[in-house]
Design a protein around this ligand. Structure first.
Ligand code: ZN
Length: 345
């Protein structure tokens, strides 16, 4: 049985009525509900709730000021919303690097602690974000306790979140927090993060960019034509002591199962060579054919492709924490997720 950590409190981050630039917001509660239902009915998953871990593991990745911001910005910003009612608090005045004045106004805080308009704050956002990271940390506990793999059904996702900025549907970087948590429990041993989401995990990359103790390896859409645009080139290999511990594999629009698996095999060989004692998988199912979050051209990964990806990652034979990231095509989300996860049953 694969242990699945899930928390219904994600529902209070209710983005289902939101539109941005006239487009529906893709990161909606139905995603996690579809995944939970499919896994509960699979016959090979057992669903468990998360345990509380407090603020300590979060502070190993995020700054105290940023955590305070996440916890308080809805209340602080609500009186200044352009539209009242169900509308979220949302940034629109971003602070470029090098600015000098630190306004205390909620709009200024949004501009300082977010990097795009894809991170709405609702009354329940902090509750859902906190529950999401508790799912990830509880999955890490399960693996530390002897499970070969555990899956955290995180919502909201995390891999775009920087140490002090939210963006791209992400508030806390769940995978990065798990990496630090596992390291602390194991005396700073090496950990690898494999990111298979369609989008580059810019937050995870930046958090560990100069850290030789965490290998960040990502297969993703070429950022020349896809979000997050400002990160994700193949020449971003880490810096200082971390040089060589960041591996980006940008892939072209239209990448199919065969092309993807070839790139995955090379990436898994690099992970083997790095010899980590834990693996974290940032699992995004938006590499599936027809994902609506895609801007230039989707990947064409089929359910059989997801199944093959799962088997190859499993064959690394490492204790593995799987953390849910993206995946927005509701019609195929369950089939793709169960195809990938069934390798870890
Ligand atoms: Zn994604």
């Amino acid at each position: 049985m694969l242990k699945v950590v899930h928390d219904p409190r994600h529902l209070v981050h209710d983005t289902s009525a939101l539109t941005i630039h006239g487009q529906p917001f893709f990161e909606v509660p139905a995603r996690a509900e579809i995944l939970r239902t499919a896994l509960a009915e699979s016959g090979w998953c057992s669903l468990v709730g998360p345990e509380a871990h407090g603020r300590g593991p979060l502070e190993a990745v995020h700054t105290p000021e940023y955590l305070d911001f996440l916890a308080s910005i809805f209340e602080a910003g609500a009186p200044f919303r352009h539209t009242l009612g169900a509308a979220p608090v949302l940034g629109d005045t971003f602070a470029p690097p090098g600015t000098r004045f630190r306004s205390s106004h909620p709009w200024a805080q949004l501009g300082r602690f977010t990097f795009d308009i894809e991170v709405p704050f609702y009354p329940g956002t902090w509750v859902a974000v906190s529950a999401s990271v508790e799912c990830a940390l509880t999955a890490a506990d399960l693996v530390l306790g002897g499970e070969r793999a555990a899956y955290a059904l995180c919502r909201p996702p995390g891999h775009h979140a920087l140490s002090a900025r939210a963006g791209g549907y992400c508030y806390l970087n769940n995978a990065a927090i798990v990496a630090r948590f596992l390291q602390q429990r194991h005396g700073g041993m090496r950990v690898a993060i494999l990111d298979i989401d369609f989008h580059h995990g810019n937050g995870t990359q930046e958090i560990f960019y100069s850290d030789p103790g965490v290998l960040y390896a990502s297969l993703h859409a070429d950022p020349d034509g896809e979000y997050p645009f400002h990160w994700g080139g193949a020449d971003e290999r880490g810096e200082g002591a971390g040089l060589g511990a960041n591996l980006n594999v940008p892939l072209p629009a239209g990448t199919d199962d065969a092309r993807y698996l070839e790139a995955l095999d090379d990436t898994l060989a690099s992970i083997r060579e790095y010899a980590p004692i834990f693996l974290i998988v940032s699992a995004g199912f938006d590499i599936g054919v027809g994902d609506p979050s895609v801007l230039t051209g989707d990947f064409k990964i089929s359910p059989e492709g997801f199944s093959a990806i799962g088997r190859r990652v499993r064959a690394l034979d490492l204790p593995t924490v799987i953390v849910q990231e993206g995946g927005y095509r509701l019609e195929t989300l369950a089939a793709n997720a169960t195809a990938f996860l069934s390798a870890f049953r």
